[in-house]
Design a protein around this ligand. Sequence first.
Ligand code: UT7
Length: 347
Amino acid sequence: MTIRRAHITGWGKYVPEKVITNHDLAQMVDTSDEWITERTGIKERHVRGDNDTTTSMAVAAARQALDVAGLTPDELHLIIVANSSPDYLLPSPANFIQHELGARCPAFTIAAGCSGWVYGLSTANQFIQTGAYENVLVIGVEIISYALDYTDRTTCVLFGDAAAAVVVQPATDGSGLLTFELGSDGSLAHNLWVPGGGTVNPVSQTVVDNREHYIRMNGQEVARFAIRKLVSCLQSVTERAGMSLADLDLIIPHQANLRIIETAAKYLNLPMDKFFVNLHKYGNTSAASIPLALVEAIEQGRVKPGDTIGLVAFGSGLSWAGAVVQMGVRETAAAPVNGNGHVKVPV
Ligand code: UT7
């Protein structure tokens, strides 16, 4: 019997128009294009415009994903949103997104920082494997710029805003999400956090004066953790899939810092062209980072029908998450023509 797995049948993205370059940031804090480029690989990042909300960005990405999958919102059985920058503290952004999309299904949010979307994909896989649901939307969306202290050069240069979404449906050909690993080490939580605004330290004038409503990060500690987890998590998800790293056609790591990815590649003894990188354009978009990279990899033809992809994320928590996903194959007439009027696209 073929195991029923979640496979990706639709994808979409939304990136706000407004761009902040490294040169722009150098006008705001004591930094430079050279420092940011050399230490992170980031050249620019997009940040929300006046009309962008967490909901509107997620809905724009979701509509594209539904279009590609050939589904209407009322055919959805579940919406999972990975997010740590909600429009409001209550209710969860998933509810606003569900309403705005015109869907009638259950919807909930996963707050697992930059690992959240891989957590979401793995969660969707459970509902599909049990037979509970067929059509699940998994969105990663962040307006992380709202939590950035633009007087703190150690954090404000790193992040950007974006949304990306996939539709997952049961695979009928053995493809889909083959293995996953989810992890959390809460003993490291204070290395990447927002100290004010929660129940322990509620919003107050003091919180605002101390800028405790913004992200604080111990960059070096997070970087060490990130390299460790990129290496060990990728190894464990591929091993569990009965594969070696060489069997992966492409690895899509969390897009936080090029140096982190390069160092992990060295430890893994893999060439950099195995890794998809788009962080130079977007910076770290947290929960949107991996789905945004996946969507771009598909659009650029870096992910092809039948390809096996490694996904690996790390972030606040500190958390990590990895997966091996095998893309299916579908003949379609909707995409650019290749002679016989059909083209093979990943599904
Ligand atoms: O999704 C997870 C999110 N977080 C991450 O992925 C963060 C992981 N960590 C990192 O990416 C890196 O640690 C950073 C990019 C944050 C920092 O790079 P680093 O090579 O670890 O630099 P550092 O923290 O060791 O700082 C070196 C110097 C310091 O100055 P001193 O003390 O040597 O005089 C910093 O104050 O660089 C200074 N510095 C900057 N200088 C110019 C820190 N940020 C900046 C900046 N511009 N933006």
